[in-house]
Design a protein around this ligand. Structure first.
Ligand code: SF4
Ligand code: MG
Length: 323
């Protein structure tokens, strides 16, 4: 399998006051393969959006590296290289309404990237490209002359998808693209994203706050907690054999369809909420809520180890088979 994205020990810190550092992304490493969907899951505030925005260069990196097709995206790039990266990597946002300029017609919103990258040779070709894109995402030609407020939430997300597709990207970060939509609309948008992936050989980084949302769309899943990656495995393996106490807690919060199973299973209930990531001491970031925490967990951050082939976990209780 060909690697398209490599994130290595990535850090993104923010200064939030005198001597106060928010470690939104702290030492995160993972790899995304070409053509796959990598699901990134965690509670709100865990740093998953910041991670996405750092990968796509909306934020600089505090430390570590992001390699896209071998190119260090935060390194010294020529103008042409930078331009090409911003074409190839696109983002779809949670709230399409906030990300669509209310004063612009759909025609001009979708054509933003076409204009920025000089992809159309004439006004006529530009208009035709937009109309084709609207069709691809399930909208119609006449929608091009309307404004964002004239559309439903699901339609607005389709406009956001058309805008991302306009520059012919190969990698799309979808930051909670369905979280703000009605349940009945969610499946439609997921199906559209899947269809586009097949037709255009797209790679997705699919961000969600709920494991059940990424289960069916993701090939592999990474679970984030408070700026760190807790566990990473194929979607099937993660659901069948969760190793990290946090993943176990997340999974046990998903209701089972069978009431008998639901009755008989043991639940891991997390006490408290996600603590502040400001001035976090050196520790396992999950230690304040972990039912299995020991003294070591409060003093030392566990390293990611490959517990089984392709199944990575950061927990002192899981020894590395190689050590
Ligand atoms: Fe829990 Fe300790 Fe493992 Fe962290 S390292 S998940 S606190 S057992
Ligand atoms: Mg977010």
């Amino acid at each position: 399998q060909k690697v398209i994205l490599e994130v290595k020990n990535l850090k993104r810190y923010f200064n939030v006051g005198k001597n106060q550092t928010l470690k939104a992304v702290d030492n995160v490493s993972f790899t995304v393969y070409k053509g796959e969907t990598f699901g990134l899951v965690g509670e709100s505030g865990c740093g998953k959006s910041t991670l996405g925005r750092t990968i796509i260069r909306l934020y600089g990196a505090t430390g570590g590296e992001v390699l896209f097709d071998g190119v260090n995206v935060h390194g010294k790039l020529s103008g042409a290289q930078s331009h090409e990266l911003s074409r190839r990597m696109q983002m779809i946002f949670q709230d399409p309404y906030a990300s669509l300029n209310p004063r612009m017609k759909v025609m001009d919103i979708v054509a933003e990237g076409i204009d920025a990258h000089g992809l159309a040779k004439s006004a006529q070709e530009r208009a035709q490209m937009v109309i084709d894109l609207l069709e691809v995402v399930g909208l119609q030609e006449e929608h091009a002359n309307r404004f964002p407020h004239e559309f439903s939430g699901g339609q607005r997300q389709r406009i956001g998808i058309a805008r991302a597709l306009a520059v012919n990207p190969d990698f799309i970060i979808a930051d909670e693209p369905i979280s703000a939509l009605d349940v009945s609309i969610q499946a439609q948008v997921i199906n559209l994203l899947k269809k586009l992936q097949e037709q255009r050989q797209l790679t997705y980084l699919f961000i969600a706050h709920d494991l059940s949302m990424v289960k069916h769309i993701s090939d592999r899943v990474g679970v984030m907690y408070l700026g760190s990656m807790a566990e990473l495995a194929s979607s099937q393996e993660l659901f069948d054999n969760p190793l990290h106490p946090y993943t176990q807690a997340l999974l046990s919060a998903i209701p089972l369809p069978d009431p008998d199973l639901e009755q008989s299973r043991s639940r891991v209930v997390l006490e408290g909420s996600i603590p502040s990531p400001i001035n976090l001491p050196e520790c396992c970031h999950f230690c304040s809520r972990c039912p299995k925490a020991t003294e070591l967990c409060k003093k030392k951050a566990p390293e990611m180890v490959e517990a089984q082939p392709g199944h990575w976990v950061a927990c002192h209780l899981i020894p590395s088979p190689c050590k």
